[in-house]
Design a protein around this ligand. Structure first.
Ligand code: FES
Length: 456
């Protein structure tokens, strides 16, 4: 299922790595985070080589809803409570600056990517208290946020929190433009990373700094990201003939939907669930696309579905991205991952922070994003939940397969995969790797295909 962004957007092909080479920096992954990091390093006079297993933007950048926001659900009141106002302000400043930086780059480079400034709203149909708290918290950190009661959505709401001057764009058109200035090698699969040497199926790159920007870090130790990140899937349908709002909307109630216009289309999103915990049963009940279709028919009678697609997001235990030094044990490695639902803005934040760290500049916003930051109470609670899924997934591999489809085990750490009838894939409930029905790898952290029949 192709997203709306893939239609008619061809990114220029690049050659594979021609053989062994040396470079100051090697970046793994040519999505938005990797390409932007390499771009900013180049602006500092530092050569960065980007390695991509597939094509530029061939991973998760193409499946986003492409909102560039400092509004990240109900985050600011929680950040102030947990980390204090100063650290919360660093998060706010970094994300607000990211929006401005996109605008500056797009204008300066003349990249035609449908960039539009617009407000972003949180809405609730049931209460106003959380919205008011969030508006107050964000405003106290310098964001132009306010509680309001007016709303463009076709159903009544209790209220909204409005964030002014946020943005939306076409992610692949932007990526295509900015990647023109970056040294990228496509069809080059990283097999192993040892200190400063990145081995691929086309040769090895030796570098002073290694940036992991390929969605989910595939190295288990050090870093232990597998214990700190799980993945979620969510769904989008693009509707023709539906009334389009000027702003972008995200519901904070359970089951809340997201709304965002895109040219003549309305993008309706929702239905998040942990990857590998499949909501649809054999009768088709629980199908997330069907849920979105039903809602679209209620809200916009006569509308038609033009596109549908799903996204896979890396979620961290405390809800903040991991951007910075990969591990204290590997000071020359860097991570850009765990962006949650906010991949566009977090990619720019990553690029700015990693460029500062690699070039030896001070970056006061870096602490709140550090993969080595303090562990919060919320993170400890989430860890217990996350571990329970892993234990269950590992225990299941010991069960006999039963009747019907033989389910393979995951090559990452051995959990029993789950068959996902909605997307016809094998999904891992432990850390979110996915495979097609022939066992070919779709999403990591697994690095290789799964062996069909291994679950017997
Ligand atoms: Fe880790 Fe499957 S993704 S065991």
């Amino acid at each position: 299922m192709e997203s709306v962004w893939m239609k008619g957007c061809e990114i220029r092909k690049r050659e594979p790595l021609p053989g062994d080479m040396e470079a100051p920096v090697v970046v793994i992954g040519a999505g938005l985070a990797g390409i932007l990091t390499a771009y900013y390093l180049k602006q500092e006079g530092i050569r960065a080589v980007v390695l991509e297993a597939d094509r530029i933007g061939g991973g998760h950048t193409k499946n986003t809803t492409a909102k560039i926001t400092s509004q990240h659900n109900l985050i600011y009141s929680r950040l102030i409570r947990t980390f204090g106002s100063q650290m919360a302000a660093h998060y706010a400043v970094a994300n607000e600056a990211a929006i401005g930086e996109y605008e500056r780059l797009i204008r300066e480079k003349g990249i035609d990517c449908e960039f539009v400034r617009c407000p972003a709203y949180l809405y609730s149909q049931t209460g106003t208290e959380l919205l008011k708290q969030e508006a107050q918290a964000a405003a106290s950190l310098g964001i132009g946020a306010a509680f309001e009661t007016d709303c463009e959505l076709p159903f009544p709401v209790a209220g909204v929190t409005r964030f002014a001057r946020q943005a939306r764009f076409h992610p692949l058109k932007f990526l295509s433009g900015i990647a023109e200035e970056v040294e990228v090698y496509e069809q080059t699969k990283v097999l192993k990373v040892e200190e400063r040497k990145v081995e691929t199926d086309r040769g090895a790159v030796t570098a002073e700094h290694v940036v992991f920007a390929a969605h989910y870090p595939f190295i288990n130790v050090p870093g232990y990201y597998f214990a700190r990140i799980y993945q979620e899937r969510s769904y989008v349908i693009a509707l023709e003939g539906a009334k389009r709002p000027d702003g972008m909307y995200l519901g904070i109630d359970p089951g809340g939907l997201s709304f965002r216009s895109c040219g003549d289309l309305l993008l309706l999103g929702g239905g998040s669930h942990r990857t590998g915990v499949n909501p649809m049963d054999k009768t088709g009940a629980g199908c997330k696309y069907e849920m979105l279709r039903n809602r679209s028919r209620e809200l916009y009678p006569g509308c038609r579905e033009g596109y549908r697609w799903s996204a896979q997001d890396c979620m961290t235990l405390d809800g903040l991205p991991y951007i910075g030094r990969f591990s204290r044990r590997r000071p020359c490695w860097y991570a850009a991952t765990g962006f949650g639902k906010w991949g566009m803005t977090s990619s720019m934040v990553s690029a700015r922070i990693l460029t500062a760290l690699i070039s030896g500049r001070e970056c006061q916003e870096a602490d709140i994003f550090s993969p080595n930051r303090q562990v919060t109470v919320q993170a400890v609670k989430e860890l217990a939940l996350h571990s329970a899924y892993t234990v269950k997934g590992l225990a299941k591999r010991l069960l006999p397969p039963g009747m019907g489809r033989v389910i393979p085990n995951c090559p990452h750490m051995g959990c029993r995969l789950e068959w996902n009838p909605e997307e016809e894939s094998y999904d891992c409930p432990c850390h979110g790797s996915r495979f097609n029905q022939d066992g070919h790898l779709i999403d990591g952290p697994a690095q290789i295909d799964c062996k069909k029949g291994e679950g017997e």
